[in-house]
Design a protein around this ligand. Structure first.
Ligand code: OGA
Ligand code: ZN
Length: 367
């Protein structure tokens, strides 16, 4: 841990110089807002209790010193705040808070995704280390299989619950499906599904999806496909910046009509955060709601869509595999696009959606 070498008070700031020579300037107001006393910060929930707007904008420290690993500030006009030096150290450099989990993404194509990222079921179920290993693979590659999963809905549901609680949707919570049109969705047929993400009609599209093919009798076709949406983004940005720009800014509407519902949402295919980092890829051509633009804009939209869809369905970028009973697949629906080839035979899948923040939370908690 770094230690504090020097404190220099100013009018509305405190300069903290660390033992390696780095100086951080904190506003007195920031120090008051982040005080760790129990009236300011709830000691258990870590939630802020102070009414920040009620703190005078010109609040100033009368005295500041380091005592037993804490910065102690006595305020002009009364009151004392304490902030752990370890806490201040986390903010030595002004920056927005990174909320992404601490796992590097590996952008892949059909030459680098094999052998398929996989973890054995017994390992995932048997220890926190195994569960976290699985989730780290998903964070790294965008998806990973769990091999040796008993081919039952019960075992699959147990597997999902190693990660988080199940997210409810129009399809229920934990679901299973076959080609019986039980819901008004192409998933419940045996036709081909081109590369897509689920839930472009939800404001908060499902974060992750688990799919487990628990039965495939007389199988013909039915290959599962997967493509790395972040890899598509990188390639498009380099080769066709106009298309990348359009798909990063134009909000594409998605809809679900059926089962007594009419869900609608819209967002760009490439959604970026306020720092410009790509955070989500959403694309579902089947669920795109109709809209009409002026001819020039409409042409530009179709050009960009074509560029994207060609990449999303390019074998050069695809992982292709007929899922076998026992292979449960967890994938990041904000990153990879999935699909399946047309098939005949009796094919039953079960699975669930999870929220992205719950997946991230499980990773952050670790073992
Ligand atoms: C879906 C889907 C894939 C499959 O249900 O959205 O993509 O393998 N299914 O049936
Ligand atoms: Zn799908």
């Amino acid at each position: 841990m770094a230690s504090i070498r020097d404190l220099v008070p100013g009018t509305d700031t405190l300069d903290v110089t660390w033992d390696d020579g780095v100086t951080t300037t904190y506003l007195w107001l920031w120090l008051r807002d982040h005080s760790h006393d129990p009236e300011t910060l709830h000691p258990v929930s870590q939630q802020r209790l102070v009414f920040t707007a009620g703190v005078p904008a010109d609040i100033a420290g009368a005295r500041a010193e380091v005592v037993d690993g804490e910065l102690v500030v006595d305020w002009v006009g009364g009151g004392t705040s304490r902030l752990p030096v370890a806490f201040l150290e986390r903010f030595r450099v002004p920056a927005t808070v990174p909320t992404r989990v601490d796992v590097e993404r590996e952008l892949w194509d059909s030459t680098t995704i094999y052998p398929t990222p996989s973890v054995p079921y017994d390992e995932v179920m048997g220890s926190d280390e195994g569960t976290v290993r699985w989730l780290r693979e998903v964070a790294r590659w965008g998806f990973a299989l769990v091999t040796g999963t008993p081919a039952t809905t019960e075992a699959t549901e147990e597997l999902v619950k190693r990660v988080a609680y199940v997210r409810e949707s129009i399809f229920g919570g934990f679901w299973w499906f076959t080609a019986d049109l039980k819901h008004d969705d192409l998933a419940y047929t045996n036709t081909e599904l081109l590369a897509h993400t689920d839930g472009t009609y939800s404001h908060d599209g499902p974060g992750l999806q688990l799919l487990h093919c628990i039965e495939f009798l007389d199988p013909v076709g039915g290959d599962s496909t997967m493509v790395d949406g972040f890899r598509i983004a990188a390639e498009l940005k380099a080769k066709n910046p106009e298309a990348f720009e359009l798909l990063s800014s134009f909000s594409v509407p998605g809809q679900y009509i059926g089962d007594g519902a009419h869900l609608m949402s819209s967002r760009p295919v490439f959604r970026h955060d306020q720092t410009g980092e790509l955070v989500q890829v959403s694309f579902n051509n089947g669920d795109r709601a109709p809209f009409l633009l002026h001819p020039d804009e409409q042409r530009a939209f179709y050009d960009a869509l074509r560029a994207f869809e060609e990449l999303a369905n390019d074998e050069r970028l695809q992982w292709v595999h007929v899922l076998q009973p026992g292979e449960a697949m967890l994938f990041d629906n904000w990153r990879v696009l999935h699909g399946r080839k047309a098939y005949s035979g009796t094919r039953t899948l079960c699975g669930a959606y999870l929220n992205h923040e719950d997946f991230e939370s499980r990773l952050r908690r670790g073992v």
